[in-house]
Unconditional design. Structure first.
Length: 116
């Protein structure tokens, strides 16, 4: 069973933008808000050269890495072809306008990945 941690309100994330969440170990997690208010969470590191995805341009349910314009699918973390790679994805739950992340994932997922 997941232990969910409240992070922020959906409205605290800019539409078509991102907000970064620090962790005790590992790189920061980027929360992305699409135009339809879907919220996604990925490690804030492009699988290509480690660019900060939180600084990229969000469109649809994707983000363009600010360094080399790789397109990363927000739902899966997968790079769009012809590029290949994957950013670590984190489970997100939104209840009553509040964004929650899984505490166990935040503590253990991709903690050995260097920050961008």
């Amino acid at each position: 069973m997941s232990e969910w941690t409240a992070i922020c309100r959906v409205d605290d994330i800019p539409v078509l933008g991102a907000r970064r969440v620090a962790r005790e170990k590992g790189g920061e997690v980027a929360l992305f808000r699409a135009a339809d208010d879907h919220v996604f969470a990925l490690l804030d590191r492009c699988p290509h050269k480690g660019g900060p995805l939180s600084q990229g341009i969000v469109f649809g349910h994707s983000v363009a890495c600010p360094l080399h314009n790789w397109t990363i699918e927000l739902a899966s973390g997968e790079a769009r072809a012809p590029d290949v790679g994957c950013a670590a994805r984190f489970a997100v739950k939104v209840e009553d306008g509040v964004v929650h992340l899984d505490a166990a994932e935040m503590a253990t997922r991709a903690v050995d990945t260097a920050a961008a």
